[in-house]
Design a protein around this ligand. Structure first.
Ligand SMILES: [Zn+2]
Length: 391
């Protein structure tokens, strides 16, 4: 936090404000004392003080969402018509179930973040993972002051549900593979749960209120340890007949040169997949192949290229040309309005100028209007997109 930033902007304070807003919006009496609200809020925000609650209420008062009530000396706050309009039924919970961490977020109907928590994912213990997700959801509903079972729930996770069996496959949390994750969570939570691939969640988040907002067709790409993709059409994920829509990382690098064939082996069993070229490890491997002995990771190669290291610059130039070819291939099939990049390798400024300059060579059109954009929600896109999945 910047030193001159008011204390009211801390995440803890924002969580408290969201919790109080929900509490007062749903509280049958429509009003409560500061102590009463503080007593309730201890369950929502650990060790909250009456002073913190008072500060949060003052903030809500300034926004016209609560008003002081004359109650014979006691400080009593009541919801106003503005707060009563908070769309209680529209609470959306998203869970990003990753290999190492599990994150939960609660959004209101306008996409405002009411709560966010992150826990370590239990290692190799299916029952414990399901129990953790269920506990996080129940706690989030209580914190936000809504009835248990009232929120919609979306889960984003690597891998996808097999259309044939309903079991998860292709997850790097291997204990989830072959398990009825969706069915078990629905049984535990007593309601329908939407589940999608994490790249689809990224694309949905960016299409809903991120870099692709307002665009009819958005292709979201994750360039990280792996390479993934998701397609969103008119605000809906295009899952596809086999639930692999947008899975672009395991197509071969298009228009390969002779020295790019057959390419490195990929974990999927093929060689020369786009992922083997455009993932972080892929860039590092390509660099190492040209500069034997240099085992630098991708982020160092990018940093040294920016400082005019010739070998690193050449590696980055090869990478962006391959990225342009790979995206041109997508444009020729899907022709999205916007392509949004996410993942660690999306944070390289030059891609957004160089790649659209390069891709015209392979795109089957006399003019190319496609926008290449950097993510707007960064690391939060996965969990935000999960929240947008349901409903
Ligand atoms: Zn592959």
């Amino acid at each position: 936090m910047m030193p001159d930033e008011p204390a009211t902007h801390t995440p803890r304070h924002e969580t408290l404000i969201g919790a109080i807003r929900r509490y007062l919006a749903t509280h049958p009496a429509a009003a409560d004392t500061v102590e009463g609200i503080a007593g309730w809020a201890v369950g929502a925000v650990a060790s909250v003080t009456a002073d913190e609650v008072r500060t949060a209420l003052t903030h809500l008062e300034a926004r016209g969402e609560v008003a002081r009530v004359d109650a014979g000396g006691a400080e009593v706050f009541a919801r106003t018509a503005a707060l009563a309009r908070v769309p209680v039924g529209a609470l959306r919970i998203g869970v990003d179930l990753g290999g190492s961490k599990t994150e939960i977020i609660a959004l209101d109907g306008d996409g405002r973040e009411l709560l966010r928590r992150r826990e370590a994912t239990p290692h190799n213990d299916y029952e414990a993972i399901i129990a953790l997700v269920a506990t996080l959801v129940t706690d989030a509903e209580r914190t936000c002051g809504i009835t248990p079972g009232g929120a919609t729930i979306g889960i984003g996770t690597p891998g996808s549900l097999s259309r044939a069996t309903g079991l998860l496959r292709g997850s790097n949390s291997v204990c989830l593979n072959g398990m009825p994750v969706k069915r078990d969570l629905e049984a535990r939570l007593g309601r329908t749960v939407a589940l999608a691939n994490d790249a689809n969640c990224f694309a949905l988040s960016e299409a809903t209120d991120g870099a692709g907002q307002g665009a009819a067709v958005v292709f979201g790409v994750i360039l990280g340890t792996g390479v993934g993709g998701g397609i969103v059409v008119n605000g809906r994920v295009l899952e596809g007949r086999n639930a692999i829509g947008g899975e672009w990382g395991h197509n071969p690098l298009p228009w390969p040169r002779d020295d790019e064939r057959p390419g490195a082996p990929c974990f999927c069993g093929q060689r020369g997949c786009i992922e083997t070229w455009l993932s972080g490890p892929g860039m590092a491997r390509d660099h190492h192949a040209v500069v034997p002995g240099d085992m630098s990771p991708a982020h160092e190669i990018v940093a040294r290229a920016a400082q005019h290291d010739a070998a690193c610059e050449a590696t980055v130039a090869r990478y962006e040309e391959r990225l342009a070819r790979s995206l041109a291939h997508v444009i020729n099939i899907v022709d999205p309005d916007v392509i949004v990049l996410g993942g660690g390798l999306s944070n390289v400024d030059r891609w957004y100028k160089s790649v659209p300059r390069l891709w015209t060579r392979w795109i089957f059109s006399d003019s190319v209007e496609t926008v290449l954009a950097r993510h707007a929600h960064g690391d939060s896109s996965g969990v935000r997109g999960a929240a947008w999945l349901a409903g």
